[in-house]
Design a protein around this ligand. Sequence first.
Ligand code: G3P
Length: 218
Amino acid sequence: MKFFIDTANLNDIKEANDLGILDGVTTNPSLMAKEGITGQQNILDHYVAICNIVDGPVSAEVISTDFEGMVREGEHLATLHKNIVVKIPMIPEGIKAIKYFNAKGIKTNCTLIFSAGQALLAAKAGATYISPFLGRLDDVSTNGLDLIAQIRLIYDNYSFNTQILAASIRHPMHIINCAELGSDVMTGPLSAIKALAKHPLTDLGLQQFLADHAKGNG
Ligand code: G3P
């Protein structure tokens, strides 16, 4: 399973990248705003800064909601760096834009996926990735993991190449469960990625090894 980090925070991106396990980055307008990145040129520069840190796909989201606007924005985003993936919302105009970009060889990430029907449509349009939002489904008492399993089954039935990019990951169990279900990619915060490494028995064991070594070696 590929690991993407879901943030626009350059320090978090650098820290995850330095671990050596980072495959890509996802952003969205809310994550950009959270980092105080505003204004068209600053936003574009920030995507380039991210691409200069991570050698992997970087999702950059359009803010237009009409086909022509999405095409205009997406084509410009794709010129910024070879690793840019144009992130498109799951709306009818978005489906048309995904089809358009697919024909032009521009990679897309269809975002705001909350149902299997939406995932099926995005795959038929030729999306490179689809982003089902696990955590936000959990937030409304609906099991987000069930959606991942349903999409996996559908995509496997028809050998769709579209990759399932599990998004809105909130904690390490989401990551492990997505891996069990065969999600192609997960995108989550640095905290969830780092939490995978934590185990009290590892800490205790290391403490003991170091103490025993110190005893024997002064
Ligand atoms: O980037 C899309 C998605 O991961 C958002 O997550 O935590 O805002 O629900 P969240």
